[in-house]
Design a protein around this ligand. Structure first.
Ligand SMILES: Cc1ncc(COP(=O)(O)O)c(C=O)c1O
Length: 503
């Protein structure tokens, strides 16, 4: 029966599409204001007052739709003022950077096109191949002759990339030992698989091992040297012991830029051991995978050309908008053998011969957003030279901070500058404080700095001591920021009674 024209459902989205230019102008004003004024707002203003948080949590579903203007007003009032710290140049926390403006623009375009990477022949999926080669070139994931070699997958972040790699390593190790984990799962009566990493590895490595059914009792935490790098000799000893006990060493996860201190494991020596014992070598370079662009780290990262897989997060040091974590894999056929499952409704009738396999045949996600265009744009805007200079700039700032800390008689280095990270603490000249008092004081300094709105330097622990951890990843960081940070720490450190650290 034909529907009465009056009864026909007309979606409000139709009106918004018609008015899109006006709505976009209003939205762009909001974004432009945010980008222009961000520097003058408190560095960490990401947490709104309780009343706003409650308002946001108790929103009821409107019976009738809100207008697009009402929605934008809501966003302006309740969301936009509470910006994440890493969008401010004086945020030194975590391992996170602001989104490149070119990336923000391309993200919006990709969203409008609903550009996804769930097919191999869309423009963004094609672009992903170039982007993959760029990431290989920037990190040194190349052949002997320097040519990028492998496949890149774009995932949600470093954790997702590590999970993808460690899952494929499990498949590979099972196949090496003559069985098919996709068929048998982990239910068979087989000796345990063992994974190896350092005591410094990111927590996602342990999470992966837990989720994969390997179990933390089969994750060996290899000890580190005094620069927080995995000790290859200790790795070898542990592998030999495991072999003699009848377990099956499967995979080593090394770090290229550990989260806490920026350490780079001796990848070359670890690669030798993996070759000797036939183990999968994955490197977590989510943060530091591009560190070798700084000549000072070229030697330490050179052996990335020998590893089986490498995590490298463009949303960390490469300033891609969230989210984009990349996994570079040397032999895409192993990924495909682990993940490919093509039911009739996904089998494409028009896949040309020789075309690249579908991204989803190499990973767990099927439909996902276009992570390629925004990331491509963020890197394209800098070019190889721009990325190189940006990395060197960040590392130089860490070096400068290290020097200033060494020179000061009220500051102490806890981990020397490694790539763009430095750990240090305030140690007053006028008082002998116990370790516990120093921990409390440095936590209070970090809190007071955050509260002042002038910078953001959260704490971590290094060798058990509470540490101020500075990580430089912002494209707009300069030497003045480093001097400012040191003076802030000294200012608040000198006000122990005022910041409530004087027990
Ligand atoms: C070395 C390293 N690996 C993995 C991760 C996890 O990355 P994501 O937060 O993107 O999942 C991080 C996060 O900081 C990291 O520093």
């Amino acid at each position: 029966m034909a529907q009465d024209t009056e009864d026909r459902f007309i979606s409000p989205h139709v009106e918004d599409r018609r008015r899109f230019a006006d709505l976009l102008e209003r939205t762009s004003t909001v974004i432009v204001k945010h980008l222009q004024e961000r520097g003058s707002l408190p560095v960490d203003c990401s947490v709104p007052p309780k009343s706003i948080r409650e308002e946001l949590m108790k929103q009821s579903l409107p019976a009738e739709g809100m207008t697009a203007d009402e929605i934008l007003t809501f966003v302006e009032d309740y969301i936009v003022p509470w910006a994440m710290p890493m969008t401010h140049p004086r945020s030194y926390g975590w391992v996170n950077s602001p989104p490149a403006p070119a990336g923000i623009l391309c993200e919006a375009i990709a969203t409008a096109m609903k550009g996804g990477l769930d097919s191999s022949d869309t423009p963004s999926a094609c672009l992903m191949h170039s982007l993959g080669r760029w990431l290989m070139e920037l990190s040194g994931f190349v052949d002997e002759d320097g040519t990028p070699h492998g496949m890149a997958l774009l995932l949600a972040g470093g954790s997702a990339a590590n999970l993808n790699a460690l899952t494929v390593a499990r498949f590979w190790a099972a196949r090496r030992d003559g069985w098919n984990i996709r068929e048998e799962g982990l239910q068979g009566d087989r000796p345990s698989m063992v994974y190896y990493t350092s005591a410094e590895a990111h927590s996602s490595v342990q999470l992966c091992v837990e989720q994969l059914g390997i179990g933390t009792c089969n994750l060996r935490r290899i000890s580190t040297d005094n620069a927080f790098r995995m000790r290859p000799e200790a790795l070898r000893v542990r592998i030999e012991a495991d072999l003699s006990e009848g377990t099956r060493p499967a995979c080593v996860v090394a770090s290229c830029g550990s989260t806490n201190v920026g350490a780079i494991d001796p990848i070359d020596e670890i690669a030798d051991i993996c070759e000797e014992f036939d183990l999968w070598l994955h490197v977590d370079g989510a943060y530091g995978g591009i560190a070798g662009l700084d000549p000072a780290y070229a030697k330490a990262t050179h052996a990335l050309n020998r590893v089986d897989s490498l995590t490298l997060d463009p949303h960390k040091w490469l300033q891609a908008p969230l989210d984009c974590g990349a996994l570079l894999v040397r032999d895409s056929r192993i990924n495909q053998a682990n993940y490919s499952l093509v039911p009739e409704y996904l089998a494409s009738s028009n896949v040309e011969d020789g075309m690249s396999p579908q991204p989803w045949e190499h990973m767990f996600e099927l439909t996902f957003a276009d992570r390629s265009l925004k990331t491509w744009a963020s890197i394209a805007r800098l070019g190889r030279e721009g990325v190189r200079k940006m990395v060197i700039n960040c590392n130089n700032l860490a070096r400068l901070l290290g020097e200033l800390v060494e020179e000061a008689d009220d500051l102490e280095i806890l981990s020397p500058p490694s790539i763009s990270t430095v750990n240090f603490r305030y140690t007053p000249k006028d008082a002998e404080l116990s370790d516990m008092q120093l921990d409390a004081l440095n936590q209070k300094i970090s809190d007071a700095i955050a509260h002042s709105g002038e910078a953001h330097i959260p704490t971590t622990k290094v060798n058990g001591a509470v540490s101020l951890r500075a990580c430089f990843l912002h494209y707009e960081n300069h030497e003045e920021d480093v001097y400012h940070l040191v003076s802030l720490v000294q200012k608040f450190g000198g006000q122990r009674d005022r910041i409530g650290a004087d027990q």
